[in-house]
Design a protein. Structure first.
Length: 150
């Protein structure tokens, strides 16, 4: 019987079709039209969904703003935050998934463990590193301008 995949049993006047989790009596012609419309819509949604996948894979602008706000809460002096923002925009564009050789995450740290941290932990790690090595983000930025690394 062609198209019998959705048929559940025969009734005298109608055939029963399984539509998702609900059974409903439909004539054969109505059911075929509905299945055809559903298949067309499903195909359109699948194609539309495939086009959205690359946009979802990258970090969104909203996420980047949250990361910057979090960093600003850790570096309270605005001038120092501006230096940190400029430094990390050059290094990773605030992308926690960025990688450049053996350097990972937002601060582009030369530490493999940073690769597996979330963005907020990466920010904490980077600020701690800058504080220990350069004392301030502006000193780290000055070093970056001079040597192209920090």
């Amino acid at each position: 019987m062609p198209g019998s995949i959705l048929k559940t049993r025969r009734c005298p006047m109608h055939r029963m079709y399984l539509t998702r989790a609900v059974r409903s009596p439909r004539s054969t012609r109505d059911a075929k039209q509905k299945i055809s419309r559903r298949a067309t819509l499903t195909g359109i949604l699948c194609v539309a969904g495939l086009q959205l996948i690359p946009a979802q894979a990258s970090e969104s602008k909203a996420d980047t703003n949250y990361y910057k706000l979090y960093a600003h809460s850790r570096v309270i002096i605005d001038k120092q935050y501006q230096c940190l923002d400029q430094l990390w925009t050059h290094e990773s564009n605030w992308n926690p998934l960025s990688r450049n050789g053996h350097h990972y995450g937002i601060p582009q740290a030369n530490n493999v463990s940073v690769r597996y941290l979330d963005a907020y932990s990466q920010i904490d790690f980077g600020i701690k590193y800058i504080t220990q090595r350069y004392k301030t983000p502006c000193n780290a930025l000055t070093h970056w301008h001079r040597y192209s690394w920090y």
